[in-house]
Design a protein around this ligand. Structure first.
Ligand code: AGP
Length: 611
């Protein structure tokens, strides 16, 4: 949730830290701060500057010529304590010599705080994190790494911690347990951050820390050790993302850019994974033999939010195309409901970030019980990806906007390939497999054509954005897309929206229908079309405005709806791709119209690393 960046090297630290925080702002944006060691003044407390609000506020407060070559920064998403300057990180001990930043939650901080206060330690903030600074100071005997390790023994909860001490110029120490930390290995300089976007401008050589590991770094060296004091041989990975991928490149915000990237990102998700000759998928990363895959009798998906919606589509496909029983579970529910793990089941943890705490903990619970979990992730090297026994990277490229768009359609693409993989092991013929692949190959072009609805959707957003409530209605494979459309609208425009199965509205939600409550209908091109049209008429009969999305040549739907969005005709099984794009655009334009901060909506963070 929060973002962390640390730097030690020959360059001006403050600039690198503030720029890094700007890159991480999507992780949390209620307050931010930096702490920079004073050059050549061993023993002088690091200079701390903190501000509430966006990184721009912090940037203004940091002197352009601020000296110092070692320090760290933090952008906060509040958990314990309100949004104030005192609660912003970095936190220091009473002497000011120790400065720390922290992501995660220290669950026993109340007990630790009580214990420290009894010893006369003064607290300045309401955060759980401040105890870490005081513990490190109490344990400090000239060795920051040893002091941090001694302090970690008292902490219960999750953390990514970075700290510096006034008596050890140029040294940064970090520790990870449940909150990601990545070491960036530069040329005569080192970085440490909660995700790679903060360091992409400086190095592409990274080492992902594992839980329980502690790193100590100086400009020319770093050392990693585990909880048992054993030295860990670092594996240096190379980040494949280009710097341009995290720039807005002429778009007004990241969400708009990411919506328009989808033809390319879907292409990346499927390219090299289609065996046209044999009419099947090539998914090398599953790490399961054909025989093992053939033995799978059911699939379970674990995910949250938009990734869960992708899982819902995936499960319908696995059942209808591959005839494998499948169900998608909300990760936050699965972990605590004592799930029964049926034999011959295969679990998929789906996560854009690969760091979502709910999904990670649910996945660990399944693995602890002996289940096999594969990952469908975007971020390479993320925790879920590394803890999975195999899986599929969706290759969307960095997704910066809080509202997930391109990662969703790439996750869908992964499920279409998986469904084909399983289907071809069971009842799907060679010819049918080739037809399925041909339709999948058409998806990027169909999405490109769909994007032409941009101006029309913008006009509709202008017309409807002042309504306080919306219904999004879909059936079958489009029901999860209705859920996704409603989620997008809620999260960035703050308009209340409910996603519902169209057939279900007469069982209750139809009571909400009035001229003030528009319904957005997703009309499929298959056997459910007529039923959906009946549902539209039910709404119209009660005075509810109807916006309908359907095949562009569907004149009947166009004649019933108040507003009609015609979409390129695709095989109905592939309509989730074309239907979701106008809904993403609708949410985006409503938010824009209402003056919302599209990329950084209130109260939300990009990756939810706390439960
Ligand atoms: C999507 O728009 C949301 N911001 C959110 O629901 C997100 O999909 C969810 O938190 C899961 O994230 P993940 O895919 O990174 O695990």
């Amino acid at each position: 949730m929060c973002g962390i960046v640390g730097y030690t090297g020959p360059r001006q630290a403050s600039r690198i830290l503030v720029d890094g925080l700007k890159r991480l702002e999507y992780r949390g944006y209620d307050s931010a701060g930096i702490a920079v060691q004073v050059d050549g003044a061993t023993g002088a407390p690091p200079v701390v500057i903190k501000r509430t609000g966006k990184i721009a506020e912090l940037r203004q407060a940091v002197p352009k010529d601020m000296a110092g070559h070692c320090g760290m920064g933090h952008t906060r998403w509040a958990t314990h304590g309100g949004v104030t300057g005192e609660n912003a990180h970095p936190h220091t001990d009473a002497s000011g010599k120790v400065a720390i930043v922290h992501n995660g939650i220290i669950e026993n901080y109340m007990a630790l705080k009580g214990m420290l206060e009894k010893q006369g330690v003064p607290f300045r903030s309401e955060t759980d994190s401040e105890v870490i600074a005081h513990l490190v100071a109490l344990n400090y005997e000239g060795d920051l790494e040893a002091a941090l390790k001694a302090s970690l023994k008292h902490l219960k909860g999750t953390y990514g911690i970075v700290c510096v001490h006034a008596d050890e110029p140029g040294r940064i120490v970090g520790a990870r347990n449940g909150s990601p930390l990545v070491v960036g290995v530069g040329d005569g300089e080192m970085l440490l951050a909660s995700d790679v976007t903060a360091m992409l401008a400086h190095t592409k050589r990274v080492v992902y820390l594992n839980d329980g590991e502690v790193v100590t770094m100086l400009p020319h060296e770093f050392r990693i050790s585990d909880g048992d004091e054993r030295r860990v041989d670092p594996r240096i990975d190379h980040i494949a993302w280009e710097l341009e991928a995290i720039e807005k490149e002429g778009f007004s915000c990241y969400m708009e850019k990411e919506i328009f990237e989808q033809p390319d990102s879907i292409e990346r998700a499927i390219s090299g994974r289609m065996d046209h000759e044999n009419g099947c998928a090539k998914l090398g990363g599953l790490n399961l033999s054909k025989k093992e895959l053939h033995g799978i009798e059911r699939v379970r998906v674990i995910a949250a939010g938009t990734s869960w919606h992708a899982g819902l589509v995936g499960c319908q496909l696995l059942e209808s195309v591959a005839r494998i029983p499948a169900a998608a579970e909300l990760a936050s529910e699965l972990r605590y409901r004592n799930p029964v793990l049926e034999p011959a089941s295969l679990y998929f943890a789906v996560s854009q970030s690969g760091e979502t705490a709910d999904t990670l903990y649910a996945m660990r619970e399944v693995r602890r019980r002996g289940g096999t979990v594969l990952g469908i992730c975007n971020v390479v090297g993320s925790t879920i990806a590394r803890e999975s026994e195999g899986g599929v990277y969706v290759h969307s490229g960095p997704e910066i906007a809080v509202a997930s768009t391109k990662a969703f359609t790439s996750q869908l693409a992964a499920f279409y390939l998986l469904a084909l993989e399983f289907a071809r092991m069971h009842d799907m013929s060679h010819h049918e497999g080739q037809r399925f692949l041909a339709a999948l190959r058409e998806v990027p072009a169909a999405v490109r054509k769909t994007l032409a609805v941009r101006d029309h959707v913008q006009a509709l957003a202008k017309k409807y954005c002042r309504h306080a409530d919306f219904l999004f209605l879909g059936r079958g494979i489009l029901f999860p897309i209705a859920l996704e459309g409603a989620l997008k609208l809620k999260e960035i425009s703050y308009i209340h929206a409910e996603g519902y199965a169209s057939g279900e509205i007469k069982h209750g939600p139809i009571a909400l229908v009035s001229p003030e409550t528009p319904s957005v209908f997703l009309v499929p091109g298959d056997h459910l079309r007529e039923k959906t049209i009946s549902n539209m008429k039910e709404i119209k009969a009660r005075g509810g405005p109807v916006i309908a999305l359907a095949d562009e040549d569907d004149e009947l739907v166009a004649s019933i709806a108040d507003d009609f969005i015609g979409l390129p005709k695709v095989d109905p099984r592939f309509q989730p791709f074309t239907m979701v794009v106008p809904l993403q655009l609708f949410a985006y334009f409503c938010a824009l119209e209402l003056g919302r901060d599209v990329d950084q909506p209130r109260n939300l963070a990009k990756s939810v690393t706390v439960e």
